[in-house]
Design a protein around this ligand. Sequence first.
Ligand code: PGA
Ligand code: MG
Length: 221
Amino acid sequence: MNNLSLVMYDLDGTLVESVPDLAAALDKMLTDLDMPVAGESKTRLWVGNGIPALVKRALTDDISGDQPGKVDQPLFTEAYERFCFHYDKELGLHSYLYPGVVKFLQAMKKRGIKQAVITNKSEQFTHHLLKLMDIDHYFDWVSGGDSLSEMKPHPMPLLHAMKSLGAPTHHTLMIGDSINDIRAAKAAGVKVIGLPYGYNHGLPIEEANPDLVVSSLTELL
Ligand SMILES: O=C(O)COP(=O)(O)O
Ligand SMILES: [Mg+2]
């Protein structure tokens, strides 16, 4: 990791085990709508493409539920509002940082390496969650799924962060837990490390072909 000037991190499933909060909010949303609850194991498969996709997948009980035409617009609007109401309350209650995260962030900061969060979670919840986890002060840049016109797997949020922070591609590293992170990093021309413990729609992260897989951030140190 010599010559690094920027490390970009995914959030859910990489820095924070956030499914417990997301599942609690989804289940409350589903209960409000008189629908069967989903639970953590299904939520784990659906996370990764932003909150609108998560809500649509929960409404259809299907990972392809976010495809156009699968969910009726008025139902989606109501569900999305219910989800945001509950998620705001559940945020940080059951989530926690994975082992080694703080140590890794501290080590990068000490080396003068810039750090960015590039998540598909909505920006308002992202800022709040980073504060609740007390890691907000490590980051020079935070971008959410609704910050720009495109989200991962599109490279736009990564390219935007690198340009704004003046970090060249060959001195930048992305670390993530899902195929969306790997595809976005490759499209942005940066090296990418995959973590196996997060949420990759139920598939091993190796299948997404990251440049390297490590068991944890501690191993990377
Ligand atoms: O909200 C999501 O879909 C997941 O966000 P992530 O990009 O931090 O994994
Ligand atoms: Mg993730």
